[in-house]
Design a binder for this molecule. Structure first.
Ligand code: BTN
Length: 338
């Protein structure tokens, strides 16, 4: 055995290096112990610590250890691997921690950052949610990103950007996990009725021209149940909780860039139809009786569609169609006739 005490962190990274570099799928505790000159019990301790840090290490008796997946590092170089977007991700800014990717993206946009610039963070210390709420943003588990766009359209078309980002998130989830999410009007993406992603768009504009829109996306990926804030106002989930397995943040982020890129370019070339039709495929409240709460009161009606400008169309008992511009929509529970 090697004399002297090796610092825990150094040992951990040595164990990790050997697992990564091993030419065999499994590396035995005995071999690790031999190469590092420490006991098998010490190796086991390091494996447990790596697992606590989010590394997925399989241990099989008589075979040894196999590293399935590690908490990936979100870096510009990693995110660019295999990325074939024309616009999204032209410029990528990554941070291990930042107050809010949206706030940073707004600053970059004010300074003239090019369209397609993205800001990605491993953690946010002051992640912003809608209606002045905060967005739980622990490190190593989720995706927090903001995309700068400069659509050459008047500000009245800006709501469409919310549909664009929720559609991109829904498609990404379906592509990567095979699960089919639903979208909530006007934003949010849900899995089994629980919120898995939140969207926050910020805009700078004058009367007929948008200077920039920042699309902020928070996607819960590998968050465990005990990592959600206790005081959440809505039921939430993560891809880990919904699928039962850890997901690659890098793969999801690259896929999301590709979906955002495709949808935005289609919008610039052909208008809003592609986005709205795609979004309606994930919308499960069409023709459903709902109640809309807008902070002052509520109104009921049957959802008859979504207008081109993003307004929810509600058919009332009087046969009139009302346009809803904002509010929280909930299905009205069916009354049991018995
Ligand atoms: C919501 O309340 O549903 C919206 C949440 C939006 C969170 C994302 S995380 C990345 C981006 N940066 C922020 O500060 N907020 C958005």
């Amino acid at each position: 055995m090697r004399a002297g005490r090796i610092d825990d962190e150094e040992t951990r990274s040595q164990v990790l290096r050997l697992l990564r570099e091993s030419s065999h799928p499994f590396l035995s505790g005995q071999e690790l112990s031999r190469q590092l000159g420490i006991s098998r019990a010490a190796i086991w301790k390091q494996i447990e610590q790596l697992r606590n840090l989010g590394y997925d290490i399989v241990a099989i008796p008589a075979r040894g250890y196999h590293l399935q997946a590690g908490p990936e590092r979100l870096t510009p170089a990693e995110l660019r691997q295999g990325l074939q977007t024309a616009l999204v991700g032209r410029d990528i800014h990554c941070f291990s921690s930042i107050p809010s990717t949206n706030s940073h993206a707004c600053q970059l946009a004010e300074g003239g950052a090019t369209e397609g610039t993205v800001v990605v963070a491993d953690a946010q210390s002051a992640g912003k949610g809608r209606l002045g709420r905060s967005w739980a943003s622990p490190p190593g588990v989720n995706l927090y990103l903001s995309l700068i766009l400069r659509p050459p359209v008047p500000p009245r078309e800006a709501p469409l950007m919310t549909f664009l980002s929720s559609l991109a998130v829904a498609r990404t989830i379906e592509d990567v996990t095979g699960l089919v999410p639903t979208v909530k009007w006007p934003n949010d993406v849900l899995l089994n009725g629980r919120k898995v992603a939140g969207l926050l768009n910020e805009m700078s504009a004058e009367s007929e021209r948008i200077h920039y829109v920042v699309l902020g996306i928070g996607l819960n990926i590998n968050m465990r149940a005990d990592e959600f804030p206790a005081d959440l106002r809505y039921p939430a989930t993560s891809l880990l909780l919904a699928t039962g397995s850890l997901q690659s943040r890098l793969a999801l982020c690259r896929r999301l860039f590709a979906e955002l890129d495709e949808l935005y370019r289609d919008y610039l070339a052909n208008g809003h139809e592609g986005i709205m039709n795609g979004w309606l495929r994930y919308f499960d409240l069409l023709n459903v009786m709902v109640e809309v709460f807008d902070g002052h009161g509520s109104q009921r009606g049957r959802v008859s569609g979504v207008a081109d400008d993003g307004a929810l169309l509600l058919l009332g008992d009087d046969g009139a169609i009302r346009r809803i511009l904002a509010g929280d929509v909930r299905p009205v529970p069916a009354v049991d006739p018995t």
